[in-house]
Design a protein around this ligand. Structure first.
Ligand code: GLU
Length: 286
């Protein structure tokens, strides 16, 4: 099998140690399998993402000893493709407009039975066509949510049969290759687009992984919980499901995840303080 993997950062800040670990883990796997390593800029959030971070990011990765294929795919150049994907799901009646504000949703969740978490379970009764038309005419903002009930009806037995192969050695999810049931139910009805934004991370990541022929998605275990939703989208869109390897997250000395706000942990700061890439690699192997 052709081994293709990728590192897909959001350029909304400088890369820190956590990113470096993720990039290096994917790159090393590609080297080990004589495979391909891609870099993809996930910058669909055009408010948070800034072009100025990109050259620094490239320098950081080169310093770390990584190389990747050109051209680098920049998601903000492909909004039209993601909009087509969203339209395909809409045309099949799998999405609905949700006019609720975040605070209305949080309020509903707070009143819902215990254990629901911050998950939107759907509108209960569908909004009448008249009310929907009136709210659209009033130019109210809305989100496009994927209806899990409609997905269940649409896929029938295939819904319960969804699986993915997890090969990650993450600390909380067990070890070694295993088949995982892809049940998106705990995630509720997720937002896949908004009135003016024809995409979301979920649409873009699933579309791009398939388009770029990614055979192995190697990423942090914080994204493990979202994988069933990605498998659902792949099933709905007739795309292959890659193999997943969710790796452990690198933690700082207080046991917390590195965040973009931790200035000292940025690769740029480490390079400037005389840290070597060999030094970093030895941290990753611990
Ligand atoms: N862009 C995502 C992030 O920066 C990573 C997405 C992925 O690897 O699937 O967290």
């Amino acid at each position: 099998m052709n081994f293709v993997t990728r590192f897909a950062p959001t350029p909304s800040g400088y890369l820190h140690l956590g990113h470096a670990f993720s990039a290096w883990t994917a790159w090393r796997a590609a080297c080990d399998h004589d495979g391909r390593f891609l870099l993809r800029l996930e910058d669909i959030d055009t408010i948070r993402s800034k072009r100025e971070f990109e050259p620094v990011m490239f320098d950081d990765l080169i310093w770390l000893g990584l190389d990747w294929e050109e051209p680098v795919r920049r998601q903000s150049d492909h909004f039209d493709e993601y909009a087509v994907v969203l339209e395909r799901l809409k045309a099949r009646g799998l999405l609905y407009r949700c006019f609720k504000t975040r605070s209305e949703i949080l309020d509903e969740i707070a009143r819902a039975p215990h254990g629901v978490g911050e998950v939107y379970r759907g509108p209960g009764a569908a909004m009448s066509a008249d009310e929907e038309a009136a709210r659209i005419a009033a130019d109210e903002p809305y989100a496009w949510r994927l209806s899990l009930d409609r997905c269940r009806d649409h896929l029938g037995a295939r819904f319960g049969a969804m699986r993915f192969v997890e090969e990650g050695a993450s600390t909380v999810k067990g070890q070694g290759a295993r088949e995982v049931v892809a049940d998106p139910t705990p995630l509720g009805d997720v937002v896949l687009g908004r009135k003016d934004v024809g995409t979301s991370y979920h649409i873009a990541v699933v579309h791009d992984d398939a388009l770029q022929g990614v055979s192995h998605v190697i990423r942090g275990e914080d994204l493990f919980e979202l994988t069933p939703l990605h498998v659902l989208l792949q099933t709905l869109l007739g795309l292959p499901t890659p193999i997943y390897r969710h790796h452990r997250l690198l933690l700082d000395e207080t046991g917390k995840r590195f965040a973009k706000r931790d200035q000292a942990a940025t690769l740029q700061a480490m390079r400037e303080s005389g840290e070597t890439s060999e030094g970093l690699r030895s941290i990753f192997l611990r």
